[in-house]
Write a new protein. Sequence first.
Length: 269
Amino acid sequence: MPLRLAFTGGMNILHGTNWLGLYTLTRKEIARFMKVHVQTVSAPVLTAVLYYLVFAVALGDNLKTMAGVPFLAFLAPGLIMMTMMQNAFNNSSSSLVIAKIQGHMTDFLLPPLSHGEFLTGFMAGGVARAVVVGVASAVTLWLLLDLSVAHMWAVVVYGLLGSMLLSVVGVLCGIWAEKFDQVAAVQNFFIVPGTFLSGTFYTADQLPPHWQFICHLNPFFYMIDGFRYGFIGVSDGTLMTGFVYLLVLNVAMLGLAYYWLHTGYRLRG
């Protein structure tokens, strides 16, 4: 028995990191959304497909090109990324708010998890849900059109940067919010408008100059533009600018989330 405990403890705290605790929290977050996969995976995929079908039926024989490619080929990657971002946010924000409402937030705060491990576990759960929804959406849309990948590195890099950012924003929202109404307000007034006004359905050069400037300030624009570049090989903005912008935002949001966890903001009564 002592040998077993010593072995478990050695694997649990390795080089200052509670790997077992981090793995357990991440696994719990993944199991949480997979247990209700009809709601958390199937429903978002259906929504993306319905958007695609609405445009396909509405345009009919009047399909035009966008950024030098057929419009539906331009549209599909944006729908995939939009779905991924929304679900990354939903996963981490809902998990924390549910814990607050049901009164078991202490189950996350009492175990020997550092602030970084706590944050990483919730972020990983959001990214995992985004990846699952993204892959499912891509496979489903691939059945409806010739969806090919031109640059896999861009799909992976911008997909992860976008999912990580929205997952951390979801953690911030979950820490700040006390009820689901507040989460819904953030989603309805910031996340959804940000994704819809990000170039998912159009290119930025179609906008008036001042709206183009606003569009290029929108981080969702760079997520979708870089992700779409991975599929069609054409970008609407500057890839390096988008990469640096998203990287800086990720670091900033992670820093803010870590600070809130460190101070116990809205977590400790």
